[in-house]
Design a binder for this molecule. Sequence first.
Ligand SMILES: [Zn+2]
Length: 303
Amino acid sequence: MLSILALAALTAVSGLTIASLKRAPLHTATAVSRATSFTGSDAPRSALRPGPPAPARVATLASAGPCVDVPILLYHYIRVDNNPHDQVGWGLSVSPAEFRAQMDWLRRAGGRTVTLAQVIDALDGGPALPPRAVVLTFDDGYADFATAALPVLAGDGFVATDFVVSGFIGRSGYMNPTQVVQADQDGMIIGAHTVDHVDLTALSTAAAAAEIDVSRATLQRLLRHPVRDFAYPYGDVNPVVAGLAGAAGFDDAVGTSMGTVQCSASRYLLHRTRVGGGDTVWSFAVKAGVQGPPRGWQDPSPI
Ligand SMILES: [Zn+2]
């Protein structure tokens, strides 16, 4: 049976219209009409060339209700990509030095990392988000999250969410079970990202439900606590799949459609903003919603 929230998501993702929105000035939830788009596509399917530094604010209509304006940034690899012919891999990769500069600048600019749970709480009438709030997310559970990103995040006092593909844990290039548990114990949030990283919209409803449910159950057995956040592989989602995420017990789900306005009725299709190989600390600052560094700024504590 679908939960009330899942039904709300189904309602929210029906009748899609795209509208441009100005960035709302506050992080407090406000009752406005927004819209949601299903236009996003996720790597590695898409050809990932760096986009313009400031993504267009795209949001939707059809979903009345409280909304907050908070960027949810999307990373994949934190690594040096040495293959000039692998444009997809390059687009998905932020070097460790660049990532450190981005995080160090975020801290200096007064950015405050928050969790998706805090976003949902704010939408549900809980505490408002702090000024300059930003959500950091990583997709796929790559090993470099544990080895390259986590030390930087911890050093800057930041929290991030890694959406782990449960069936890939322990494979070459991915976190092993110990690293997933350690990231969780270090204060990071582990979300689910299916068992096999498949396009859920291409599966039968039963098969899609299994991918979602089993990934959550596997991670919960590993972590010994509820897993609340879900990400759609490739950003592929439709109203049925969004309903399945709600029915599986997740509190929220993220896609890859761009935008920073997150609405209560669209909690199973929160928007994200990519950060990738073409980004600098300046374009990062725009995406994170903080003031950019002065011209010529260099991270005083590079790797
Ligand atoms: Zn993915």
